[in-house]
Design a protein. Structure first.
Length: 331
């Protein structure tokens, strides 16, 4: 994010590992299934351990490089969920290098990993680096026949947020509408559809339509909760977006409830040293300040900034933190 809110760009997806596997060992199908189940449950640390084993298997001599690339990309996605930004970038870049050597830069697989890396950059406020990657990914997806609907929709969703941050609202609206409409119709994409709805709600806030934003944010949260269950970490950004939209309308009680739930989820599922916890805590400090408790807000803000600064130091990301958290942005 460009320190707009404690929202998160969570449209990162992993390549279907099984589709890239040509010479899998007997253990590979079971590991793929286990990693998928753990990720769906939000048990990301355990999923990462399984995926590291998959990468080691894929690195064995004689294996298809697309297999290694798929495992590295999936591991990168999970590292992003864990807030391990430097490790995630390393795995994305390794995946891209393998794909470029094996099939060039014009395949759907390359475009998907490139889109994932771009979303990773955008989440860290590096939109200038994200934008050209997303343009390349969208161009590649559109050149393929038939167009890969999921990859293209997610790249457009990410590009919409980058355009919004730059104040290009007309471009952002067109891209986000395309993404939402595509994902709504795509079987098995309820989670991605919910995330895109959350981004659309953020866009409507930025455009000055708070009533519409609240309605869309409710739909986003309900879609994600139905798809993932009531305590999945990926509900956190949806709750944050809903809280911000409610605050725009001065619905203080509703905003506080959504933020409190997001903070509790972040604490229990991710830990108090996690990047997401720091972002939500920063937003909560803004909420407390707006409610009139400046002393408590100051303490919460200081705590949040320390968490975010520690993440930046650990990952070399130089993220800027801004307490004007209930502005626009859904990362």
């Amino acid at each position: 994010m460009i320190h707009r809110t404690a929202g998160f760009l969570l449209f990162l997806i992993a390549l279907p590992a099984a589709a890239a596997v040509r010479q899998a060992s007997d253990a590979w199908p079971d590991l793929t299934r286990e990693a998928g189940e753990l990720g769906h449950q939000g048990r990301f640390a355990e999923a990462a351990a399984v995926l590291r084993r998959m990468v080691r298997l894929a690195d064995q001599p004689g294996q298809d490089p697309e297999r290694t690339s798929a495992a590295c990309n999936w591991l990168a996605v999970v590292y992003d969920e864990l807030g391990r930004s430097a490790d995630a970038e390393h795995e994305y870049r390794r995946s891209l290098a393998l794909l470029e050597r094996s099939g060039g830069r014009t395949t759907a697989e390359y475009a998907q990993v490139l889109s994932n890396l771009a979303a990773h950059y955008a989440d860290l406020g590096r939109d200038d680096e994200a934008a050209p990657l997303l343009r390349e990914a969208i161009g590649t997806f559109r050149s393929i026949r038939p167009e890969p609907p999921l990859g293209l929709a997610l790249a457009r969703d990410a590009m919409a947020m980058v355009a919004m941050h730059a104040g290009r609202y007309q471009e952002a609206d067109a891209l986000e509408q395309q993404a939402v409409q595509a994902l709504e119709k795509l079987p098995g994409s309820a989670e991605q559809y919910g995330i895109a709805l959350g981004n659309l709600a953020t866009l409507r806030r930025s455009e000055g339509y708070p009533e519409e934003a609240v309605g869309i944010a409710h739909r986003a949260f309900e879609t994600l909760e139905k798809a993932l269950g009531p305590d999945h970490p990926r509900l956190i950004p949806a709750l944050n977006t809903l809280a911000a939209a409610q605050m725009d309308l001065k619905h203080v009680e509703e905003a506080g409830a959504a933020l409190s739930r997001a903070l509790k989820l972040a604490e229990t599922r991710l830990g108090t040293d996690h990047l997401l916890y720091g972002r939500v805590l920063l937003n909560y400090s803004v909420f407390v300040r707006k409610c009139g408790d400046r002393k408590r807000a100051g303490k919460l803000e200081a705590q949040a900034r320390e968490i975010l600064d520690q993440h930046a130091r650990a990952n070399g990301t130089n993220m800027t933190v801004d307490a004007a958290a209930f502005r626009s942005g859904n990362r």
